[in-house]
Structures are given as C-alpha cells and as structure tokens.
Design a protein around this ligand. Structure first.
Ligand code: MOS
Length: 708
C-alpha cells in the first residue's frame, strides 16, 4: 500500500448522467438486501426476535422462557444469564444482555430463536419478564440540560468564544433574542435494519460472517472486534444493497450485536434478524430534540456585531452522543463577538445518533429563522442582510474558504424564484382563503473526507479493470459515481470498469456518512488508478495490481472547505384551518463539481423534501411518563409524501474544488436538508405575519391570530 499525491482528474464520464450501474438489478428485484440473502448463507436460517424492556430504568429480576419454549418452532430463549459474554462493555448501547440493568424503555433484554419469523415473534410475546423498576427521567427540559460534554459530534469543541458577546449586545442597535426548538425525529429509511449472522471456524479460529444493512461494513467490524474479543480478520461483513440509512445505519446499533450473540449459540446455523418499523423507533437511533437560544446583535443596517447560540439537547445515560447543533453558527456569518455552547440532559432513553445533517439541520433552522427576524427588525431584505454579513475569512478558523459562494447561490435562486417581486411587508398577499408568502434561508455543510480509505486497481484480460473498495452504496448512487471516477482516472470507458464494493474483504473504506463518501472513496480510487498508470502504463499485462490511498493536496491545510446553498420556499397558510401548503421549493447549491447530475439531483431533492418534512410533519412524540416514543409507525410519524411536495427543484453552480478532491467535488448528501425548514418557516411568517419558532410547524400554530 502506498499513499499517492493525486492530480486533478481529467473528466470525461464525470459530470455526465451515467445511468445507475445497478439500476437493472434493482428494478428487476434481483438486488439482495440484508434480510434477503439465501445464497452464501450456510444452511437454514433461524429467525431471531427481540424482547424489549417495558420499563425505562431498573433491573430485570427474572426472564421466564417456559411458555415461549413450549410454542411450536421456538428453539431457544437467551437472556442476560445465558448470553455469550463480551470482553469489552464500554459501548453501553451495544453491550446488551451482559447484566440485569435496564437503561431505557425498549432496551433488548432477551432474544428468541425460532424456525420461522412468526414463531419467533409469538415466542417473544410469550416470554415473561419481571422487573424491579426505578424512577426514570426521560424529558428534555431547559432546567435539566446542564451536562457539558467533552466534545460534540464527531470531535468538535463543545463551546467556542470570541470577543465579548454581552458587551456587544448591550451596545447593539438591534437585538434578536429568541428560543427555537426542533423536534425528536426518527430516521425512516425505506429498508428497515436487518442482519443475517453466522459463526464458523477457519484454521481453528472462530469467524463471524454477516450480511448487514449498514452504511459502513468496516465500521461494523471495528465496533464488534473489541467487544467480541476477536481479530478484525475474524469478522466479515457484507452489504451489497442497502435501502437507505440517513445516518441510522452509520454505526451498528444493538440489534447487530443481538444477531452476533444469538448466532454464537446455534452451532453454526445462521440467524436472521429483521428489525420492524416499530422497533426502529426504540432501537436504531434518532435525532435529539434541540432548544436553541439565539442572541444576535447588529447595527441598524443589519451588520452583525454579536452572534450567540446556546444549545440544549439530550443524550442517553447508556452511551453519550452530543449533537453539534451550534457548529454551523461558528462559520456562517461575520461578527467580531461570538459564542456557541452545547449542554445535554442525560436521560434514561435510547441513544440519539446521526440523522441527515446532524447539527447543521437543527442549528441552521434556528440560525436562519433568527436571521429572518433580524432582517424584519432592521427593515432589510433577507438577501441583503446576508450580503452585509458575508465573512472574508472563515470566522472559526481564520482560513480563507475555498469557494464560498453563498451569495452566488442566493442571487441565482432569487432570480429564478422571482424574489424581486416579493412584497416587503408580511401578511399582504392572499389567494382566496389562503395567505401567501415566500421565504429564504441559507444552507451550509462542511466538506469532509475521512482518512483510512484504500482502493485497488487490477488489470483484467481484455482491457478492463477491476476496481475494489469496501464502501457501501446506501442507494445514493455511489456505485455509479465511483465507476465514473475510476473510468476517468484510468482513462477508459465506464463499461471497462468492474467495481466491487461493500465487503470487508475489500480494501478498507469509511462510512457512507457526513456527505464524505464520494470525496473519501473517490480520492482513494483516483490515487490507486493514477499510481497504477504511473507504474504500469496504458497497456498493462492482465493481473497487475496497485493498492493506494490518497494524500491531500498540501494547499488543503490552509483552506476551509464548506458547501453552501440557498433555499427558497413559497407557502400558503389557510386563513380558517391553518393548513400549510408549500407549492414551490427551490434549492441552489455550491458543492464543488457534480459527478453525476442525475444522482446528485436526487440527493438535493431528497434533502429538500426531508427538510420540508422536518418543517411541517416529522415529530417523534415521547411519553416521558413511560420513557418511550409513542409514534411508532408511518401513520403517526408523518413523513412528506408526493402530495406534500409540489414544484420542488434544485440546481447547482458550475465549479470544481480541486484542492479538496482530485474530482473537484465536495459532497452532496446532506446539504439539501439544511436550511429548508427555516425557508418554510420564514415563508409562513411572510404569509401570515405570525412568527413561529418550533418545528414541525403545525396548523394550530397559525390559528390564534385575531387579525383574520
Ligand atoms: Mo449521515 S447522518 O452523516 O449518515
């Protein structure tokens, strides 16, 4: 393996709308998702069902399996007294069935194995559990979010300070001081989480094989290795097709360990666990609710002098996760006096985790509504306000941005959206019984690359190339864009590239998360391909092979890399019912070079729709008395569907960020969700003159106004 300093890619296939290379597999139903695997699994599977705690805190006194075991088809019941022991229990979310403690309602407390899924499910219902319950705390409040974490996701400063915010606020001409709230949300990818696991023996050593619905096969191995006390090469994880994750499959959750432990007890029979949609609301991660206190100080023309963002949110006593909600506030706008803080309530609840643009989504909702309020307070157009607060350098690091094109996005969007025709005053437009308004919000997302990626290029008989990297395509189109990148890096047609992914036997790859996949994996592929050509020329003998990682452009050290966007929304709010409709939604983005316009557009549109969904619908309702989320299906947890999304569109600026990656790309997966809920909220204000500061915005929030 060699680290190779990449050269900018000469693009031919990159930038074109190559059809999805796995499209036929998918539309013909041949693509095998984790729970589908029959081939490659040795023998008949046993079905696994989870027994989950019905108390929020305390301990299991006894698990009585007799009734379950007498049910036809039930093979075994495993509890904390009988489960295989883990050698490392530091990860309190994954360390299931090691003792009697219950840390949250819904925790896995027993496993049922059966010959059919139906018998396993019935068996789980027949397991009798007695508990000793203790008092729990499951409600996030402003008075209990007092814990200061050492860092916030992934390893950012918890708090940052510059200048003197309080003095600047005292001297400011205009102050906006408000509190903004975002709801609990649960990731709901189309494919629920699922795992097939089996243990075998190779050369006298136990080996674990898995098909898992994950965003990163190597990450699953890395999590399990210390806990199971095995070497990395004793675990193989594959994920050839994954039906979305939105972050909830970015790290393994406890069900993966459940499958690994259960399979340890079956003498080699594979165990199949398909998590239900309902179980996803208690087990597989969610976005914490957030409470953001914003204080903006400005001169009368809107020039910011102080920005303070104090965040309250929650974590779990079982394992810490601290969302970086104020991180975009650190770099978004210029102001000499700045402050960001994060405090957590450590609750007896399931562990929060990543959900599309963790941090940026809730944080920018708050920031961009606050900016809209400042624009109104100063009597300045919201786009002009942002022009006045454009920083010359990254306010956080002091480095120059490589391509900060927020204003270009705003101006292009304004032109397309017809912003100039917008009435300055709120509550001035009606259409029948509907108040009509428009709003804008900015978006940002950091450009991220994850280290530790390796790619392999091997020449084949007949002039083709096998390209291998162990990354996962969770439905974004990674297989397709990596094929394009490999083709251009090798100087061949896309159909000469035979790409293998999603297997830990392949060169190591980072998680499909943080919008970092294409940048990280693509750079490694370019490195391997360029090195291959440097070493072996244009007509290599078949079977020649190069494995490499990418070395950063030295100029990367001295720059800040972020993507930007501008989201425009039109909303209609019904005068008598408060119903909110969004007839128009437009995002304009600066994301570096777009590798494939079709798959990138899907990411932007999906992000915009998910942001709209957060703005109007998505809310996991936690009943703090019992500690669980009661919205456990897609009937009570509403995600936006076609009828909710009318004219939605995205476009992007032509550019290439060749300092960041040899492809010139910066990542597209998450930025579409950022700012969207704020644009919708700002448009509802413009329509009605009623300012609402928590999402989801619901009809009742627009019913108490006497002006109608
Ligand atoms: Mo994304 S929430 O970083 O998988």
């Amino acid at each position: 393996m060699t680290a190779h300093r990449t050269r900018p890619l000469r693009v031919r296939s990159v930038g074109t709308a190559l059809g999805r290379v796995d499209g036929t597999e998918k539309v013909t139903g041949r693509a095998t998702y984790a729970a589908d695997h029959a081939d490659g699994v040795p023998g008949d599977v046993l079905h696994l069902w989870l027994v989950q705690s019905t108390i929020a805190k305390g301990r299991v006194v006894e698990v009585r399996p007799e009734h379950a075991l007498s049910h036809p088809g039930v093979v075994d019941v495993i509890d904390h007294t009988s489960a295989p022991r883990l050698v490392d229990t530091e990860n309190g979310e994954l360390a299931i069935l090691q003792d009697a403690a219950v840390g949250f309602r819904g925790q896995i407390i027993a496993l049922v194995l059966a010959e059919t899924a139906e018998a396993a499910r019935e068996g789980a219902a027949l397991v009798e559990v007695s508990y000793e319950a203790a008092a729990h705390e499951a409600e996030l409040r402003e008075d209990n979010a007092t814990y200061r974490p050492d860092s916030v996701n992934p390893d950012l400063e918890t708090d940052t300070f510059q200048g003197d915010v309080d003095a600047a606020l005292r001297e400011a001409d205009v102050v906006v001081e408000q509190t903004y709230r975002t709801a609990y949300e649960h990731n709901n990818p189309l494919e629920p989480h699922a795992t097939i696991a089996w243990w075998g023996e190779v050369d006298g050593r136990a080996t674990l094989s898995m098909f898992d619905s994950t965003q990163g096969v190597h990450g699953v191995v890395a999590s399990l290795v210390p806990m199971l006390g095995v070497e990395p090469d004793q675990i193989r994880v594959r994920a050839p097709y994954v039906g979305g994750g939105f972050g909830s499959k970015g790290e393994p959750h406890a069900h993966v360990m459940a499958a690994a432990l259960a399979a340890r007890t079956t003498n080699g029979r594979p165990v199949r666990l398909a998590v239900t949609r309902q179980q996803m609301f208690s087990l597989t991660g969610y976005r914490t609710a957030t409470i953001s206190r914003f204080r903006l100080g400005a001169r009368s023309d809107g020039t910011l002098t102080a920005i303070a963002h104090d965040v309250l949110e929650q974590s779990s006593v079982v394992r810490e996760f601290a969302e970086q909600t104020a991180s975009p506030t650190r770099m978004m706008y210029a102001a000499p006096n700045r402050r960001t803080t994060h405090r957590l309530a450590r609750l007896d609840v399931a562990v929060p985790s990543w959900m599309r643009a963790p941090g940026e989504m809730p944080g920018m909702f708050a920031h961009e509504v606050a900016m809209d309020e400042l624009a109104v307070a100063c009597g300045v157009d919201p786009i002009v306000l942002r022009e006045r607060n454009e920083p010359d350098l990254d306010p956080e690091t002091g480095k120059p941005f490589n391509n900060r094109r927020l204003l270009d996005c705003l101006h292009r969007g304004a032109e397309r959206f017809g912003w100039d025709a917008r009435p300055r005053e709120a509550r001035t437009q009606t259409d029948g019984d509907w108040w009509v308004g428009t709003g804008v919000a900015a978006a940002t997302y950091p450009a991220m690359k994850t280290p530790g990626n390796l790619a392999r290029v091997r020449s084949l008989e007949g002039g083709g190339y096998a390209v291998a990297i162990g990354c996962v395509d969770i439905g974004t189109g990674a297989r397709t864009v990596l094929t394009q990148i490999a083709a251009d890096a090798l100087g061949v047609e896309a159909d000469a590239v035979d790409l293998s992914i999603a297997d830990t036997r392949l060169p190591s790859a980072s998680v499909a998360g943080g919008s970092s996949g294409t940048s990280s994996w693509g750079s490694a592929i370019v490195a391997a391909a360029q090195l291959f050509r440097d070493d072996h020329g244009a007509s290599p003998d078949p079977g020649v092979e190069t494995t490499a990682s990418a070395e950063d452009d030295p100029a990367a050290e001295s720059h800040a890399f972020h993507s930007f966007g501008a989201v425009f929304a039109e909303t209609r709010v019904h005068r008598w019912t408060g119903e909110i409709r969004v007839p128009r939604l437009l995002g304009v983005y600066s994301v570096g070079r777009v590798i494939n316009p079709v798959t990138a557009r899907s990411q932007f549109l999906g992000g915009l729709v998910m942001g709209l969904s957060a703005g109007l619908f998505e809310e996991s309702y936690r009943d703090s008395r019992f500690g669980h989320v009661v919205t456990q299906d897609l009937a009570s947890y509403h995600v936006a569907s076609h009828a909710d999304v009318l004219d939605v569109d995205a476009e992007w600026l032509e550019e290439a960020d060749e300092i960041f990656t040899p492809m010139g790309s910066r990542g597209v997966g998450e930025i579409g969700i950022v700012g969207t809920a704020a644009a919708v909220a700002n448009a509802t204000y413009h329509a009605t003159g009623i300012r609402r500061r928590s999402i989801p915005l619901t009809p009742d929030q627009f019913l108490d106004d006497p002006g109608t």
